[in-house]
Design a protein around this ligand. Sequence first.
Ligand SMILES: [Zn+2]
Length: 283
Amino acid sequence: MIRLLQTPARRWLRCMACATTAIVLLAGCANASKSPSKQVVVDEAPQSSQTEESATTEGQDAAQNEEAGQSGPVADESPASEKPATAASPTELRAQLNITEDFRSSFIHGEKPAEFQKYIVLHDTEGDAVASNVIEWWDSNGKFVASHYVVNKDGSIVQCVPVDKIAHHAGYGDAGHNEQFGVTDESRDDKRGTEPIGDWAPDYGMNSYSVGIEMVHTGTSGEDYPEEQLRAVDGIIAYLDAYYGFESTIIDHNDWRTGNSDCSEEFQPYLRNLQETRTHDGS
Ligand SMILES: [Zn+2]
């Protein structure tokens, strides 16, 4: 029990609290093993604007449903002949997840309508505490940081922020990353609880354009991610893709802020598969 209480507090200072504490971030940077030069290419497929426009209505409908405790659009008005026979609805995909909702108003920092959704940001919790304890820690530390989803090692999921709300999971990013990632600091974000971490990382736009997914895992521990957990991440991404009607660009937290410890080195093959195929194993 003592370990459970201490581990998330200490570990999370490396991950989420690094958004607001320069000293802690430097400690995380010193431990980081990833190259800081990784570049991310924003997906600008030729058909993306049309797809996003048509998806916005679906996303907004779904957002309203999610607010009402449901998921996915009320009804699919698209002719059946225009959709692949195998396409599952957001409602069906969400029903496949072992998910519990534990929404906390303290984690919400503004509106994120579907037209502002661009990225899915993957994180490690940097500890072994289960999702419910991680969320309790977030809600008690006074920093108002959280990711939308936390995925346990057994594949169970706790969602603590609706996807159409801004959560402070990405924190500050490197100077120039707003422009590189095609995001902007938004008045939609109340910035409550934020503390700048230095001139090198002034950009805050990612939080207003993304959904955050945390995996219970300690980076550089050498421990692989359980298959159940990886499949749950696949499932959330499939749900989000269907919910919005387009594929958000998948990155990890280290892409946004150089030197962050998450995600871990051992996650990189899975990340590449997810970016290419939307599944961790490339299937
Ligand atoms: Zn993180």
